[in-house]
Ligand binder design. Structure first.
Ligand SMILES: Cc1ncc(C[n+]2csc(CCOP(=O)(O)OP(=O)(O)O)c2C)c(N)n1
Ligand SMILES: [Mg+2]
Length: 359
């Protein structure tokens, strides 16, 4: 299906139209229960994201990067992944983390400022979030090379933004992947901004998906607000990767509905009209219409789903806040086998500046 949509011709894969009607020849054919699961994951993601923003405003969270508007891209992608696949995430991936089974309490704990929250539980093939833009791309390709060499038959997914496509790491990673035919699925979440830099100033290429052409493998642009389209493209790219067919680049075309992070004010560089235009393309609303046509949605169901999401989120907040704060020693512990004298001095200085109980 991917090859039917040529990014060089400006073609974009879309399955659900504005009214939530699925194109019959493209519908991935998920069972009713699976469709509801997709929706419930998106609702949970939105609830967990909204709570994170509130906690930040109350001083109970550090800086936070909202996923609002990215639910279909994140959940659609992760729902297509298998347990044995690997994930190299970026900093705006809440829905993918939750879908893959990462505990929300851990995710919150990380954004509360404690890196212990990014120690992935056993059994989940998830690498820590990359804060340096694009640095996860060559790492994911390295994992792809290892998987290919060891014939493990798994795929490696990495996510990144439109801004990351201007980084050397992106080009080096994709070039290597093309040359060595690695089992990578690259997912560029094009949300139209890199902080305040608009997509038009990021690249003169009409699409980001077409960058794959230069590296010798397929690229496809999908409607990133269409959970079915993202799911279908990811499922196909993952199957190709696992079967030894090489990498794919997926561009999920979407919009960052919130500020870049809680330290940003997007109203300074974009118009209300533009944001309102994208509100009309809300990924949850479109999926709700789709479920409605299939008689899988009504008010009572919505109430139950919202209540379950809210309970899930509140439980995670309580759990995360009950955890011990990071120890000062941890800030210094993991770089050198024995701490050099200047760091020793800095540690003593920091501890002396803290109240008794925090040393
Ligand atoms: C190497 C590097 N340069 C700059 C930054 C500062 N920075 C953090 S996020 C960001 C923009 C990223 O934009 P994009 O890749 O489109 O992802 P988005 O935040 O839109 O999801 C920048 C420049 C960084 N973290 N790492
Ligand atoms: Mg971006």
């Amino acid at each position: 299906m991917i090859e039917r949509f040529d990014p060089l011709k400006g073609e974009r894969l879309r399955i659900l139209d504005d009214e939530g009607r699925a194109a019959p020849d493209l519908d991935p054919g998920l069972a009713d229960a699976e469709l509801r699961t997709l929706y419930e994951r998106m609702v949970r993601t939105r609830a967990a994201d909204a709570k994170a923003l509130k906690l930040q405003r109350q001083g109970r969270f550090g800086t936070y990067a909202s996923s609002l508007g990215h639910e279909a891209a994140q959940v659609g992608l992760a729902s297509a992944m298998a347990r044995e696949d690997w994930f190299f995430p970026y900093f705006r991936d809440l829905g993918a983390f939750l879908t893959l089974g990462y505990p929300l309490a851990d995710y919150y704990h990380f954004w509360m400022g404690n890196e212990a929250g990014m120690r992935t539980p056993d059994g989940l093939n998830i690498f820590p979030i990359s804060i340096p833009v694009g640095s996860q791309v060559p790492q994911a390709v390295g994992a792809g090379i290892a998987i290919k060499h060891r014939k493990l038959g798994a795929a490696v997914v990495t996510t990144f933004g439109d801004g990351a496509t201007s980084e050397g790491d992106f080009h080096e990673g994709l070039n290597f992947a093309g040359v060595f035919g690695t089992p990578n699925v690259f997912v560029c979440v094009n949300n139209q901004f890199a902080i305040s830099v608009p997509r038009s100033r990021q690249s003169a290429a009409p699409t980001l998906a077409q960058k794959a052409v230069a590296y010798g493998f397929p690229g496809v642009q999908v409607d990133g607000n269409d959970a079915l389209a993202v799911f279908a493209a990811a499922r196909e790219a993952l199957a190709t990767a696992r079967a030894g067919g090489g990498p794919t680049l997926i561009e999920a075309y979407t919009y960052r509905m919130g500020d870049h992070t809680t330290s940003d004010d997007a109203a300074r560089y974009r118009t209300k009209e533009e944001v309102q235009e994208w509100e009309r393309r809300d990924p949850l609303a479109r999926f709700r219409l789709y479920l409605g046509h299939k008689k899988l949605w009504d008010e009572a169901y919505e109430k139950d789903v919202q209540a379950a999401a809210s309970e899930f989120v509140e439980k995670a907040v309580a759990e995360a806040e009950a955890r011990p704060q990071a120890s000062v020693d941890d800030v210094f512990a993991y770089t050198y086998s024995s701490i050099p004298p200047d760091l020793e001095r800095q540690m003593a200085e920091l501890k002396a500046s803290l109240p008794e109980g925090r040393r």
